[in-house]
Design a protein around this ligand. Structure first.
Ligand SMILES: C[S@@+](CC[C@H](N)C(=O)[O-])C[C@H]1O[C@@H](n2cnc3c(N)ncnc32)[C@H](O)[C@@H]1O
Length: 235
């Protein structure tokens, strides 16, 4: 399935090389656009995020009907004006797609380039993007999203056998998110990852030192810089 929310640092395009989930349930405590779960949408998927805009957008998508999404205006120049009658969650959803570049700063209020929406692109808000999102929502009806920090997930063992896909803002680079790496205690996060029951997959950039990460693949980011995506796995 293709992306629902184009979050900066999203893993949809590189979800394939990560280990397959060993369990029926996937938990993403740093959900963002949930790129890993999109590779396995039929699983039981539980998402957590601290950013209310990420959570609100997922909550809307999980509950919206195909017909409702198709009623959102296909051409939006300014979400505050053109979507004034719509709920905040819809302004966020459209806002994530108003720029061709995934945004770490969150949903935009105004279109990055007005022409894009008339050019029939599917990676920016418009008829194609809207139709794709509408066609995909029935497949995530069983997903769940929770608002909170990973630290608020009490007793992870009580959730039953799970694959934990842990993709926090990068220790060194993840400062562009509203909920940024600056507020994360990576030593404590490393200990938490080690303590999780079941299969644990942790993402980082090459050079991070809070777990013994190993290189996975190269990735070209929004700024066209190539870097090495790394991971730590507990089976
Ligand atoms: C790298 S992004 C996740 C990208 C995601 N894997 C994807 O494929 O789109 C990191 C996410 O962690 C969230 N976040 C930051 N601090 C958090 C915390 N303490 N607890 C939960 N989520 C947090 C951010 O809001 C952001 O959405």
């Amino acid at each position: 399935m293709r992306r629902f929310i184009p979050v900066y640092g999203g893993k949809r395009s590189i979800a394939h090389p990560y280990p397959e989930p060993a369990h029926r349930q996937i938990v993403e405590p740093f959900a963002g656009g949930a790129g890993y779960s999109l590779e396995y949408p039929d699983r039981r998927v539980l998402l957590y995020d601290l950013d209310e805009r990420v959570v609100g957008t997922w909550d809307y998508l999980i509950h919206a009907t195909e017909a409702e999404i198709l009623r959102i205006p296909a051409v939006v120049k300014d979400t505050e004006v053109d979507l004034v009658e719509w709920p905040q969650e819809v302004r966020w959803l459209v806002g994530w797609w108003l720029s061709r570049r995934p945004s770490g700063c969150g949903p935009a209020k105004r279109a990055y380039s007005w022409d894009d929406q008339h050019a029939g692109r599917s990676n920016v808000w418009g008829e194609k993007c809207r139709a794709r999102l509408a066609a995909q929502v029935p497949a995530i009806r069983h997903w769940r999203i929770f608002h909170g920090s990973y630290e608020s997930i009490g007793a992870p063992g009580a959730w039953g056998p799970s694959t934990w896909f842990v993709d926090p803002p990068y220790q060194a680079m993840g400062v562009h998110y509203r909920e940024s790496a600056k507020r994360i205690n990576f030593e404590a996060l490393g200990a938490w990852c080690k303590s999780l029951p079941g299969q644990v997959i942790v993402c980082e950039n090459d050079g991070a030192d809070w777990l013994p990460f190993e290189p996975l693949t190269t990735m070209t980011g929004a700024t066209n810089r190539t870097r090495i995506e790394s991971l730590w796995v507990k089976r």
